[in-house]
Ligand binder design. Structure first.
Ligand code: FAD
Length: 693
């Protein structure tokens, strides 16, 4: 999976209602403004924060708001970039806004000398992201009503100018449905769209280029519509970064990587959620296979006593720490290595600029714990940095890379470089000291927790979640660096430490394993739980068919573990059929021995079908095996069996969908189109569930 797929990544059939249900509303209450009470030096404090967007814009002198509907930060990042560009190139007074932080019933009062932009990721099966649900329901609702009875009017948004851009993935059926539906709804309400509705496609890997080619004509249209004048882009920092040489990094009010105030002030307190991780002990860890550069981890994380709960099929989110090697590289190339422990205070330069991490902190802590420094580089960001290059020839090269698509591919993306690696290569020993630190904060994503499908059953071990993860290591022939996954290599280091490895840092990555102020010592990792509705049927006698190659088997280990325990407890368990695929029997056949144990408990009720893609002359995949078992698969579905797919979203899940439609068609003697319709209906009724990434 690519990093930038995160926004459109699928937690399929994630019903927000179920999140609210499982968390009894606490999640919603807390997530409204995660940092307001926890960041020492955040921007706008809660007290002065209004949910009235017009009032906020007026008070802060803004004429352009860029709203984002973002799940994991990508849409938020694009929104910031649009805001930045609007301000530096066109003199717009821009602000970025989280959709869930405002109300929309006064958009009919939005004056025509202002503009609202929407950067909207589509999530799961065409759903809005969590933070966009309320807005989406409001704007697409049957009877949208505005504050002063605007809903009664035919075109209540006649003065509303808007600009839409969507982030989607064409591998999914509901491609970019969020931006499409919002655009339709705004049009219907009389809003005037400026330029075309943009659609970025992560499935084709063209998100960045789609964005870049969409925005130029949009800016021209906006320039005309708002009578703007383009000027030479001048960088205007969004944050003020003040060094505090008189402060000591060890001072107890300085954040050294603690995620919020609660953590800074000692033993952290719950409720633990997406804004407040639980520092959980890892009670067991092992490598369940290891071949050359591929290895797979199994970890048992204890959530007992935290008040965190999970049910089989949920996800655990792991909060990563950047590798020391990359933190060093980044600070070195910026010329900050010698003052990495300098205390800095970061503050938004206007009340709408949100500081993405708590302050005061240090350069080291901000980079290590809060900035996604290893991610792929965006071409636009290269252009922005070019003006601060150490000398004219480097600046010329940076400008060329930033402006020429093919050259960018050749020099950067085909090499899988991260930003510091690129600057190191281009700088040839020169440091990039002229780049304001504010630009790094603005241009680099906030580090994102990574999700893992919990591979244990809550029925069997309610206080322990298991993770099954492949350690990411991608070697591009001819490229100067091997891409090492941020989180999985951190987990590998934790595992090595736990096993007393004398060199607990894989590949010299050198993680700060004991965390800020040694708070993670004793092998702990910050986590939270994300509830999903990828769930077993409530009746254990319902048959299930699971398709999970590679680590896609993670939640199915949990499913089978649960059913084996139920069978042992004397329950009537239905047919439990698992299609697993891997490369070679002797190499990466994970949990091979456990399947045998479950088979003992479940007997004929459990059937494991395995596809090995590299063991014979022909590549055999799970979908081939499904076809071989067509009759049985169809029979189980006709007995109202549930069908589950987990793992690779790009190819496998789609092919399994197609193959299943074919199986249904041939087995039932109906046309293939009818088979497809049946699969669609199964999805709609939750008889077909996906957990893909
Ligand atoms: P990252 O650092 O995020 O890198 C990921 C990939 O991005 C790299 O391999 C590389 O291809 C690309 N990349 C990174 N940096 C660059 C660069 N500079 N240039 C170009 N490309 C780059 N994974 C599991 O193993 N098991 C699971 O059970 C599991 N369940 C999941 C469930 C859900 C709902 C989701 C969304 C994901 C799940 N994943 C699972 C995937 C997991 O969340 C992580 O994405 C994965 O472990 C990689 O994380 P990482 O931080 O190690 O790698």
């Amino acid at each position: 999976a690519q990093l930038d797929t995160l926004d459109i990544v699928v937690l399929v059939a994630l019903l927000l209602a179920s999140v609210a249900y499982f968390t009894e509303g606490t999640y919603w209450a807390v997530r409204k403004d995660p940092y307001a009470s926890s960041y020492a030096n955040g921007s706008a404090s809660k007290a002065e924060k209004s949910r009235d967007i017009l009032e906020t814009m007026d008070k802060s002198g803004k004429n352009c708001v860029v709203f984002y509907g973002s799940q994991t930060g990508t849409a938020e990042d694009y929104a910031s970039r649009l805001a930045k560009e609007g301000s530096s190139r066109f003199g717009l007074k821009t602000m970025v806004a989280d959709l869930e932080e405002y109300d929309y019933d006064n958009l009919d009062k939005f004056p025509d000398d202002k503009v609202a932009m929407f950067v909207l990721a589509t999530y799961g099966e065409g759903e809005p992201t969590d933070n966009a649900v309320d807005f989406y329901e409001f704007i697409t609702g049957q009877d949208v009503s505005f504050s002063e009875g605007g809903g009664a009017e035919e075109k209540p948004l006649s003065t509303f100018k808007y600009v839409p851009f969507g982030l989607g993935n064409n591998t999914y059926e509901h491609y970019n449905s969020m931006v499409r539906n919002v655009n339709k709804a705004l049009e219907k309400l009389g809003g005037s769209r400026i330029g075309a509705a943009g659609e970025g496609d992560d499935g084709a890997g063209t998100m960045e280029e789609d964005f870049l080619s969409w925005k130029e004509p949009m800016w021209s249209a906006l320039t005309q519509s708002m009578e703007l004048e383009e000027r030479e882009a001048v960088y205007e920092p969004a944050f003020e970064v003040t060094e505090k040489p008189d402060m000591d990094a060890e001072d107890d009010m300085v954040y050294l990587g603690e995620p919020n105030k609660n953590h800074l002030e000692g033993a952290s307190k719950g409720p633990y959620n997406a804004h407040n991780p639980y520092i959980a002990p890892i009670v067991e860890s092992s490598e369940i296979f290891k071949v050359e550069n591929r290895n797979c981890l199994h970890m048992e994380i204890d959530i007992g006593g935290s008040n965190l709960t999970y049910t089989t099929g949920d996800h655990v989110a792991v909060w990563p720490t950047n590798a020391g090697k990359e933190v060093d590289r980044f600070l070195n190339v910026l010329g900050l290595a010698s003052k990495r422990h300098m205390v800095i205070a970061v503050k938004g330069l206007d009340p709408t600029a949100k500081v993405p991490f708590p302050s005061p902190t240090t350069y080291d802590a901000a980079v290590r714990y809060h900035m996604e420094i290893c991610a792929p580089v965006s071409r636009q960001f290269v252009s922005m940095i070019a003006q601060f290059a150490p000398n004219e020839s480097i600046k010329a090269e940076m400008t060329k890379i930033g402006s020429e698509k093919d050259y960018f591919v050749e020099k950067v993306s085909s090499q899988h470089l991260n930003i510091a690696q690129l600057l190191e290569i281009l700088g040839k020993g020169e440091k990039w000291t002229a780049v304001p630190f504010s630009l790094w904060i603005e241009g680099i994503h906030k580090i994102q927790p990574r999700y893992y499908s919990i591979s244990s059953s809550s029925f069997v071990q309610k206080d322990r979640v298991s993770v099954t993860a492949i350690v990411e290591s991608v070697e591009i022939p001819g490229a100067p660096h091997v891409v090492k996954g941020v989180t999985t290599n951190y987990l590998l280091a934790l595992k090595q430490k736990q096993h007393g490895d004398p060199h607990p840092d894989p590949h010299g990555l050198d993680y700060a394993i004991t965390g800020p102020r040694n708070k993670y010592d004793g092998i702990h990792v910050p986590v939270h739980i994300r509830h999903s509705n990828f769930k077993l049927p409530s009746d254990p006698s319902t048959p299930i068919i699971m398709v999970g190659p590679g680590t896609g088997v993670a939640p199915f280990r949990a499913f089978v573990q649960e059913r084996a325990a139920q069978a042992k407890a004397g329950e009537n368990v239905g047919k439990t059929m698992l299609f697993f695929g891997c490369r070679k029997k002797m190499e990466d056949f994970i949990y091979e021995n456990e399947w045998k144990e479950y088979k003992e408990a479940l007997g004929d009720k459990f059937e494991l079908v395995v596809a090995f893609s590299r063991d014979g002359p022909q590549k055999v995949y799970v979908q081939h095996k499904l076809k071989e078992h067509a009759e049985e698969v169809n029979n189980l579905l006709q007995q109202k069996g549930f069908f589950y797919v987990c793992g690779d979203a790009a190819n496998m899940a789609r092919e399994v969908n197609t193959v299943l439609a074919q199986i249904i068609a041939t087995q039932r003697g109906i046309p293939e189109s009818k088979g497809e319709e049946i699969v669609k209906a199964m999805r709609a009724s939750n008889q077909y569930q996906e957990d893909i990434w």
